[in-house]
Design a protein around this ligand. Sequence first.
Ligand code: PEP
Length: 269
Amino acid sequence: MNKTLIVGNWKMHLNVHEASILVHRLSERIRIHRDIEVVLAPGFVSLQPIYMQLDHRKFHLAAQNAYFQDEGPFTGEVSFNMLRGLVDYVIVGHSDRRYKFGESLEMVRDKVAGAVRNNITPILCVGETKQERTDGETMQVLHDQVTTALSELTQDEVEDIVIAYEPIWALSNGTDFAHHEIPTPDIISKAVNVIRNNIRHLYGKEVAENVRILYGGSTSSSTAHGLLSANGVNGLLVGGASLNYIEFSGITEAAYRLAHQAEDNGSNE
Ligand code: PEP
């Protein structure tokens, strides 16, 4: 069984000192659980100090981005090669990158390939805008984003990656996550199904079943349980709420509760 994956994307927040305080607070509250994996994605400058500080049995690290070339004259960029050994995951194709920094489908594809080439698991973000949903284009958008991004990978490589379904209309601005519009579990399950069907079509049933798919968008400690219960969802990518240690540890608690429920159901069968 896949572990439930809870990823905190801190985006462009917290300096090194503040990041260290947040890690300290999270460490006090978050427990080790064999069915849950908790991943923190701080800004680049905090990765190394947090790596030294972390209890690696409790947390894994992710970068929020990287450049697809391994090295060269790319002033200001950080490559996957440079992140080797420091992070286990990297977020690729986040809507901030696609829409605010103009990352194309092909750029995202090259970044996914760059991550895999360097033994870092990509967390590939996909999702539609409000307009695309209203216009009935969600399936097509997800299809294009998923199939292009994975097109350089082998079947085995696809099986190991993580995909985050993040409808852009559900993303918070960082502080309004508790009051923002979020999709119903039914909307999430349908989108996750579309993603798995695209993968099934190209890479087979087993790969489609095994690939981990997260939901992301305005998750809070009070909505986490319902969102994690949506059919086909293997975890959450959390933005705004991951900066608040009470909220984020509440989200991991919701994952523990569900894992225990699943265990209890299993032992009663
Ligand atoms: C995100 O931007 O990846 C995200 C999930 O943000 P939020 O939870 O704040 O909507």
